[in-house]
Design a binder for this molecule. Structure first.
Ligand SMILES: Cc1cc2nc3c(=O)[nH]c(=O)nc-3n(C[C@H](O)[C@H](O)[C@H](O)COP(=O)(O)OP(=O)(O)OC[C@H]3O[C@@H](n4cnc5c(N)ncnc54)[C@H](O)[C@@H]3O)c2cc1C
Ligand code: FES
Ligand code: FES
Length: 475
């Protein structure tokens, strides 16, 4: 069954705004699709018109304008985490983006999408609250600016009219006398929703705190500020006693619920622990510890930005004549009948490329990983019309001239395959990792394949196969 009826790919902001004005509540913008595709697949959201903004120019910038950091809504989590400017001038945001999902999710998931979904557990929202961000919203009617605190109004509820879109996130850049950090507690390292998260930004002059902002996520319907805790910090140094008092007050500000991930009492205790750790790290100047300078992005030799689509707005309707024209494994294809499908289904059903597997269909297992314009993505979360004008590589495209890719040979030699269902995804992540980091450390390998799950072989052989490929590369 089709997940939508009409799929527009506008190529300018003006066209996007006029489509929003025309279709209003019948339509939905789609950026990376990592939230929306899950909602559409589960049936928790129904929409007939999708407007894909991922190739609209001018919406994926990272720019420092005086002391104002201006971010486009299409900046992906991987680009935020890797940006020198964001790391220097909005450090808690870079750290939060680095903790989202796993590499292939971060290659498509955007800052704007995270904000508009407005999950109470959304990882980039606490840093934006602690940094005092302002959002720029545009429609064909004009522009308005909203402070982040006023934008999030409830669980997945934001101050955004059906014809409006988010076009910029403005953040006062951190000054040399400010320090900040983001902390996340989750049930595992990758692909895990925050049980509790917190962002803390403190300004000090000659050791005395002159301003503090503490934002807490996953403990209320929206991200909240712990204002009393902030108040006790101001006017003195960051001593152990003051930190402990602030952490207690932050825990009292939390109004969490019991759910499948944690009980309310535990969450409150964890707020206390995270806020104390965050403030202590700032007091001791250790807040950047553990955040590597270089980590796997799985965007290979690209800069993580997807190429634009030239020409006018394209419209793919379900049952319509407009074909999806793309290159898959070096061959040009003109595909009809896939306008309402995911890329995963198009590859398997329309092109017969069944190497790409469906495990979960929700971004959680990595079995469907492919390369979209040189960047690793999850094809279950990419609408097929997004492939129009793009270059795709699947596991069938790894081997060259009938010779296996070295990583394929290494998987055979190391016995890194049991049932083989997860293998195509591991190969696509592993090959992209090695393109980027030809001699990765063990930690970098684990980080690079964090979004791929294997239910039978176990990970030792898989890691050894990637290490074997790297050794062969370096000879
Ligand atoms: C496996 C998995 C793991 C994840 N892990 C995490 C995690 O650890 N932490 C976390 O915070 N999130 C996580 N997410 C959620 C998701 O990846 C992020 O919220 C992501 O940032 C959403 O961005 P997107 O571009 O994919 O949004 P989309 O899915 O494209 O859009 C999301 C919503 O935002 C709207 N929208 C998008 N851009 C705009 C705009 N410019 N103006 C107006 N509306 C807009 C869309 O209409 C839609 O309603 C995870 C998701 C998956 C599938
Ligand atoms: S991540 Fe796409 S099928 Fe599991
Ligand atoms: S080899 Fe069976 S799931 Fe990985």
């Amino acid at each position: 069954m089709a997940l939508w009826q009409t799929y527009y790919t506008p190529t300018s902001l003006e066209e996007t705004l006029s489509l929003l004005a025309k279709y209003g509540p019948q339509s939905r913008l789609i950026a990376g699709g990592t939230d929306l595709l899950v909602e559409l697949t589960r049936g928790t959201r129904k929409v007939s018109v999708l407007i894909d903004i991922s190739r609209v120019p001018g919406l994926d910038g990272v720019a420092l304008d005086g002391d104002m950091l201006r971010l486009g809504p299409l900046v992906t989590h991987n680009r935020l985490a890797a940006s020198v400017t964001v790391r220097e001038r909005a450090f808690p945001l870079a750290l939060a983006a680095w903790r989202v999902g796993a590499p292939a999710i971060r290659n498509r998931g955007t800052l704007g999408g995270n904000l508009v979904t407005a999950s109470p557990a959304g990882d980039t929202i606490p840093p934006l609250v602690a940094l005092g961000a302002t959002l720029v919203l545009r429609s064909a009617r004009g522009e308005r600016q909203v402070p982040i605190g006023g934008f999030c109004r409830g669980v997945r509820l934001v101050d955004l009219a059906p014809d409006e879109m988010l076009t910029e996130i403005r953040i006062p850049a951190m000054s040399p006398d400010e320090r900040g950090v983001f902390m996340k507690l989750s049930l595992r390292q990758a692909l895990a929703v925050s049980v509790v998260n917190a962002a803390v930004v403190v300004r000090r002059e000659r050791g005395v705190v002159t301003r503090a902002r503490i934002a807490l996520g996953s403990v209320a319907p929206t991200v909240i500020r712990a204002c009393e805790a902030e108040g006790v910090l101001v006017g003195g140094p960051l001593t152990d006693e003051r930190i402990a008092e602030a952490a207690d007050l932050a825990a009292r500000a939390a109004v969490p619920i019991d759910d499948i991930r944690a009980g309310a009492d535990y969450r409150r205790d964890m707020v206390r622990a995270l806020v104390r750790r965050a403030l202590t790290a700032i007091a001791e100047g250790r807040e950047r510890e553990g955040f590597p300078d270089r980590f796997p992005l799985l965007w290979g030799r690209t800069d993580g930005r997807f190429p634009r689509l030239a020409g006018k707005t394209v419209c793919h309707t379900v049952g319509g004549d407009e074909p999806i024209e793309c290159t898959v494994n070096g061959q040009n294809h003109v595909i009809r009948g896939a306008n309402g499908k995911t890329l995963l289904r198009m590859l398997r059903e329309d092109l017969g490329l069944t190497g790409t597997k469906e495990g979960c269909g929700e971004g959680e297992c990595g079995a469907c990983a492919v390369w979209l314009d040189g960047i690793a993505v999850l094809s279950c979360l990419v609408p097929a019309p997004r492939a129009h004008g793009a270059q795709i590589v699947t596991v069938e495209g790894l081997a060259q001239k009938d010779e296996l890719h070295p990583i394929q040979q290494a998987f055979i030699d190391e016995g890194a395959v049991q049932c083989g269902y997860c293998t195509p995804g591991f190969l696509m992540s592993g090959a992209k990792l090695l393109e980027e980091l030809p001699n990765p450390t063990r930690e970098q390998i684990l980080y690079g394949i964090a979004g791929n799950l294997c239910r039978c072989t176990g990970y030792y052989k898989i890691v050894q196969a990637i290490e074997r490929t790297a050794r062969a590369n370096s000879r």
